[in-house]
Design a protein around this ligand. Structure first.
Ligand SMILES: CC(C)(COP(=O)(O)OP(=O)(O)OC[C@H]1O[C@@H](n2cnc3c(N)ncnc32)[C@H](O)[C@@H]1OP(=O)(O)O)[C@@H](O)C(=O)NCCC(=O)NCCS
Length: 183
């Protein structure tokens, strides 16, 4: 989906722009996926599981831009790629078409500056305009920073998915399920 850029001032006074992701960012995206998944245990992917190449990703990003059921928003803070929020519809089935699903991750150097709050706020506006009435997400138990962000942004906890993730050392963690009404 294409949408207007939005500017914000971060808590440390630097400027940040929220804008649609596009093919020109494909190379930076690969670095971002690898580095952010190494910076936290609370994402689903290990860094060695980022396998797409620049050309594939350029094609995908071009497709997302034209797809009204996909919102890929990046934050450029102080001129640097800071992070991404992804909002996608559950599909065209009439019984599911009211719902979208959200995921977000920022580079660690940009945590705690208000970018997450701004991205969820703008992403929720765009999702409502796109016609979705409910946004769902999952957060791994222990990810207090993300959990607090979601509560602050109006998400409500509805349950727990048992042993949703398993780490390479064999330990498992549950996920908390949350939703937010967009109307
Ligand atoms: C989770 C994440 C997106 C939060 O984004 P952010 O830009 O750091 O969040 P914000 O600065 O907007 O802070 C929002 C709220 O989060 C909470 N928060 C922020 N930093 C926190 C910290 N260190 N510990 C606990 N809560 C914290 C606060 O409630 C804050 O609200 P406040 O500023 O009014 O006090 C970001 O930390 C991140 O990318 N983490 C790694 C990837 C990840 O875990 N993604 C989510 C997977 S479900």
């Amino acid at each position: 989906m294409r949408f207007d850029e939005r500017e914000l001032i971060l808590k440390d006074g630097r400027k940040c722009v929220l804008k649609p992701n596009s093919p020109e960012y494909a190379e930076q995206m690969i670095g971002y996926l690898k580095e952010t998944s190494a910076e936290t245990d609370y994402l689903l992917r290990y860094p060695d599981e980022v396998r797409c190449n620049v050309e594939e990703l350029q094609r995908m990003l071009g497709g997302f831009l034209e797809d009204p059921h996909v919102i890929k928003m990046i934050a450029i803070a102080d001129g640097k790629f800071a992070g991404l929020i992804s909002i996608t519809g559950l599909g065209p089935l009439r019984r599911l078409r009211h719902r979208c699903s959200m995921a977000i991750a920022l580079y660690k150097e940009f945590w705690g500056l208000g970018i997450g709050t701004a991205m969820i706020g703008y992403g929720s506006e765009l999702a409502a305009q796109a016609g979705w009435t409910q946004m769902d997400l999952e957060v791994i138990v222990g990810n207090d920073q993300a959990y607090r962000l979601y509560k602050k942004c109006g998400f409500i906890e509805t349950g727990v998915r048992h042993n949703a993730v398993i780490y390479d050392d064999g330990t498992c963690r549950d996920e908390i399920l949350m939703y937010k009404d967009l109307v």
